[in-house]
Design a protein around this ligand. Structure first.
Ligand SMILES: [Zn+2]
Length: 151
């Protein structure tokens, strides 16, 4: 006469009632892998193969280069394009979007990646053979737009 109470699935996760359908971490990692690191808010030096950590500042002597670990916050701009909004070096890395000042009420994702010197061919045909792209993408945190501001 064992009275096991393990019949139902133990659900440690909180189910949300509404249709909160942000991109899954797998989709985010897939979309961002191999992508050149640059956008409206992040201006890499495509030809030098370098990008600045937002916390170090652009005048830092040690720009991030191929082989360096980075943490990048992305915003799903108008639900269509992933735009990098913040770059952090390993020393300034964060593990949650709320640790950054750049969180907005959009789908956002925080990833860790390794900079790779894959190169980039821009939409106008310009070639940047030393431009940095993202490899080994791991999603650290996701913030669906529906969550809005955390505070
Ligand atoms: Zn830094």
């Amino acid at each position: 006469m064992s009275d096991e109470r393990g019949g139902g699935p133990r659900d440690g996760r909180r189910e949300r009632g509404g249709p909160v359908a942000g991109p899954t971490p797998e989709q985010v990692a897939h979309e961002l892998t191999g992508r050149v690191l640059g956008g409206f808010a992040v201006s890499p030096d495509l030809d030098a193969g370098a990008v600045a950590c937002g916390a170090c500042g652009s005048s830092a002597p040690d720009l991030l280069r191929a082989g360096d670990d980075v943490v990048v916050a992305y915003s799903h701009y108008e639900g269509r394009t992933w735009e990098p909004v913040a770059v952090r070096c390993a020393a300034h890395a964060v593990s949650r979007l709320t640790d950054l000042d750049d969180v907005r009420a959009e789908d956002q994702a925080l990833i860790r990646a390794v900079l790779e010197p894959t190169g980039y061919r821009d939409p106008l045909g310009g070639e940047h053979p030393d431009a940095l792209t993202l490899g080994g993408v791991a999603v650290l945190d996701c913030s669906p737009a529906a969550e809005g501001y955390p505070d």
